[in-house]
Design a protein around this ligand. Structure first.
Ligand code: GCB
Length: 876
């Protein structure tokens, strides 16, 4: 038995590399500089102005964050690195880049070696003939993430971070090896055309390369193993390779027996070990994953795996993590997969591009059914160059991830008509024709490249998908639907799907996206559409998930998105981020995550809601109110749960669609809440209740903060300061007088970024306009008052070409601010003084000397006075 050394766990023996393939991480000791620099491609020691970096790396990790600017650096970045490698006769050397965004050129010892287009697939660059014989080598890499109309994605709701953002490896093989130039694929393609409970056929297609100039006879050994010890099947084949040639060779295992099936519940991954040998010496060797499973989709009954019906439920995943951009470590990738698994999911959509090897390896091992796609998003560019790039990406994706048993669906378009409504009318016929042709072309290519999987596209609720016929091209119709979020109501979701099923009964339907945003800082007792509270995300997720689960013809559903991800152009409650994540950007589960656990997990789960809330603050509505309403949630897959407050039984609640609720009324204080199921305590939580009195008494500490214009509370993540939902003034108490609610960018739709205060954006985004007064009947004393205001860009801008500076017309809105008869601001013109979207936090002190309390009046001179928030705090 030959011992085959793989990867990097070996010691170099007197500079001779071992037989077979070696693969060593090539990620340290890099220098980086933005923009093009003359010395980058020449071997020299100049490193002035270069920054030491480790791969994976992106240059956009910082400039998409709270820099107060729209847009991020899209241009060239250079990387360079020295390394030691004495080439041996008969060996071949390659750099394998797992991903660099988006055009990469590699130079070795000052010479151009190769170029790759596309930011989401892997590629190999052969170094062999460029290496210095003496051993000191120099590599430089130019990466460019500029907009390029021929390279997908052209536009999308995510940030196109630039850089070498996935690992690089140095690969050494013999001069006869598994192909290193087959679209970045392994050169070994494993198919399982026939699988049943007892028997399986496995076909392995080898792409072999002979880089020597002699004809050779080689031995090709193929072993199928469950683990290091146990060989399930093996074959040895003699292959003859012509001098300097490539060839393909098939090895077929007609009837394999005694194997275990791969399933989402029991994902057994076998290893196919291949080695290419010459006279007993290993030239190249590689291990690939292999799973035995059979499956099909049915238009009425959904998905079947190994003959059993399986509802596919899970999430989409983007690959970034604030503040690291897309440069994630393998550990971070694994953490995401574990989060998805622990949610009870069995499905993953790699949206909107092929993802890291680590993700696919984990999907195999953890038991996910994966949909993977190329980044053809929103729109196309008409013409050959764009088609060619899309085609290339598709081939690379399929070849590179072909062997993963977790892959079941290849997709090639996401909401490809999305940008239609922004295009000139006269362009549309040509655009439609080209899009349809491209879809058919990519569909044909996919079926040809992989006859064993399903194909899909993801569409949005736009009639053209049906009218143009594009919806009939793929095998699976994917739907990205946001009923009850961007449009319509929750119930309209089910109606929409039923209508599609009725009209197109032969189509296989899959809900490729559904999701609502949430910001962990926002809390509401009365959640509403598009308010970004955690409570609204839970309601949305509960309704749409249940509707998917109860319809057998919907083969599955994927929430948008597993994580809060970077989207530089987007401004919602959280700027530069799409916050539809089930977990926050730093991977803390939100309530909707726990809800999904309750809906999907088979093992018993129970969780209190509000992982981010420890305090319940309540404003008394009568002078006598002393009790604080606590609206409590728990997520569970039990039938019922009992709530205990300070070890006293409170009430048993039935669980409906994963949720149990209790309404408590508690006096101010600290409480221990616990849940009990069948006599067993399962969860504890400490909470604190805090009452803001209706009427402030002499000795009372006054500290109130109100999120004017909003029905939700804002909890400052830095200090936990609680900004109450707005409340109208009533005598003896406090609140606003007059005006209406106004949301920057409209109630539904992307908001505008409030400059310089990312931590407080939601406070400023909701406004009370035309307010006449804020009144607080506080006792005598000195008070510090803060008034938060902003003049805003009236229409939200979502596209780069809408980025032109909007000039404020002075004199649009002018008002005075008067506090207890003193003029604080005279003729305040927010836009003229501060500019648009620039917040103004006015602070001043007021002495209240009588029993009339504190009043801040907003006196209009022109237009309507606006206020976003107000805080009043008694000072000694
Ligand atoms: C979609 C897109 C996705 C967006 C998402 C959203 O339909 O496919 O890229 O991020 O909607 O959040 O609006």
């Amino acid at each position: 038995m030959v011992v085959i050394l793989l990867c990097s766990n070996f010691t170099l023996n007197a500079q001779v590399r071992p037989n077979g393939r070696s693969k060593i991480g090539f990620n340290s000791g890099w220098l980086f500089q933005k923009d093009s620099v003359g010395d980058a491609i020449f071997p020299d020691d100049k490193s002035l102005g270069w920054q030491a970096v480790q791969l994976p790396h992106t240059w956009n990790d910082k400039d998409v964050l709270a820099d107060g600017k729209r847009g991020y650096y899209r241009g060239v970045g250079w990387y360079k690195k020295k390394f030691q490698l004495t080439p041996e006769v008969g060996k071949r050397y390659f750099l394998q880049f797992e991903g660099a965004n988006q055009v990469t050129e590699v130079f070795v010892n000052g010479k151009f070696v190769g170029k790759h287009i596309g930011g989401y697939t892997s590629f190999n660059i052969e170094l062999t003939s460029f290496l210095n014989l003496l051993g000191e080598q120099y590599v430089s890499v130019k990466v460019d993430n500029s907009f390029n109309e021929y390279i997908p994605p052209l536009s999308a709701d995510f940030t196109f971070f630039g850089g070498i953002y996935r690992p690089v490896h140095l690969i050494t093989t013999g001069d006869k090896h598994f192909s290193m130039s087959d679209y970045g694929g392994s050169g070994i393609y494993i198919s399982t055309p026939k699988v049943s409970e007892k028997k399986a056929e496995v076909v392995v297609e080898y792409h072999l390369q002979n880089k020597s100039n002699r004809k050779v006879k080689l031995l090709l050994e193929t072993l199928i193993k469950k683990n290091v010890e146990s060989v399930l099947a093996e074959k040895r084949s003699n292959v003859t390779l012509e001098a300097a040639s490539d060839m393909t060779f098939k090895v077929t295992f007609k009837e394999i027996e005694n194997f275990e099936l791969w399933s989402t519940e029991n994902p057994v991954v076998y290893h196919l070990e291949s080695s290419l040998q010459e006279k007993g010496k290993i030239l190249d060797n590689l291990t690939q994953p292999l799973g035995f499973r059979w499956f099909h989709f049915d238009a009425n009954e959904g998905f079947f795996l190994n003959g059993k019906s399986v509802k596919l439920m899970g999430a989409n995943r983007h690959q970034d993590r604030i503040p690291y951009g897309n440069a994630l470590s393998d550990d971070m990738h694994r953490q995401d997969m574990q989060l998805l698994k622990n949610m009870g999911a069995n499905f993953l959509r790699n949206a909107h591009y092929p993802q890291a090897t680590e993700i696919l390896d984990n999907a195999d091992q953890l038991g996910f059914v994966v949909w993977e796609e190329i980044p053809l998003v929103n729109e196309i560019t008409i013409g050959k160059k764009h088609v060619q790039n899309a085609e290339n990406m598709l081939k690379e994706m399929i070849k590179q991830h072909y062997n993963h048993p977790s892959i079941f669906i290849w997709a090639y378009m996401n909401e490809i008509y999305w940008a239609h409504r922004f295009k000139p009318e006269q362009e549309l016929p040509a655009r439609n024709k080209a899009t349809l042709e491209l879809a058919q072309h990519l569909e044909n290519l996919t079926r040809e490249a992989d006859p064993y999987r399903y194909t899909a596209i993801a569409m949005h609720n736009y009639p053209l998908y049906n009218e143009s016929g594009i919806g009939d091209i793929p095998m699976i119709a994917g739907w990205n639907l946001y009923h009850g979020w961007y449009y319509d109501t929750y119930e309209d979701f089910g109606k929409y799907m039923d209508e599609q099923h009725k009209k197109y009964p032969k189509r296989i339907h899959f809900v490729s996206e559904y999701g609502a945003g949430s910001d962990v800082r926002l809390y509401s007792e009365k959640p509403e559409k598009f308010d970004f509270t955690m409570e609204e995300q839970v309601r949305f997720t509960q309704s749409l998930t249940s509707q998917i689960l109860e319809r057998p013809y919907i083969s599955g559903g994927a929430l948008w998105n597993l994580i809060d991800f970077s989207s530089e152009r987007r401004v919602d409650a959280t700027s530069h981020m799409n916050n539809k994540g089930l977990v926050t950007h730093n991977r803390k589960p939100k309530d909707a995550y726990y809800l999904m656990q309750a809906l999907l997990m088979k093992e018993p789960v129970t969780r209190f809601g509000y992982p981010f809330r420890k305090t319940w603050t309540h404003v008394a509505t009568l002078p006598s109110d002393t009790l604080i309403p606590v609206h409590l949630y728990a997520f569970s897959n039990h039938e019922k749960l009992s709530l205990f407050v300070n070890n006293q039984f409170h009430k048993t609640s039935q669980i409906k669609d994963g949720v149990a609720t209790w309404q408590l009324l508690l006096p101010e204080g600290k409480y221990e809440l616990s849940l009990q199921e069948n006599g067993k305590r399962i969860q504890n939580k400490m909470v604190q209740t805090k009452l803001i009195p209706y009427r402030f008494k002499f000795s009372e500490e006054v500290d109130i903060a109100m999120n004017l214009g909003a029905n939700y509370a804002f909890i400052d993540s830095r200090t936990e300061r609680y900004w109450l939902p707005e409340k109208e003034y009533t005598e003896g108490s406090f609140g606003f007088i007059g005006g209406t609610q106004l949301y920057i960018g409209g109630k539904i739709g992307t908001k505008e970024d409030i400059l310089a205060v990312d931590e407080e954006d939601p406070l400023y985004q909701a406004i009370r306009t035309n307010i006449s007064e804020f009144k607080a009947d506080v006792p005598k004393g000195t008070y510090e008052v803060e008034i938060l205001m902003v003049e805003y860009v009236p229409k939200s801008r979502r596209f780069a070409d809408e980025d032109k500076e909007i000039i404020y017309q002075p004199d649009k809105r002018i008002f005075n601010i008067i506090a207890n008869e003193s003029l604080i601001e005279e003729r305040l013109d927010l836009g003229a003084i501060y500019g648009l979207n620039v917040p103004y936090r006015l602070t001043f002190k007021v002495k209240v000397l009588d029993n009339k309390g504190l009043s801040v009046k907003f006196q209009p001179i022109k237009g309507e006075p606006i206020v976003s928030g107000i805080r009043i705090r008694g000072v000694k």
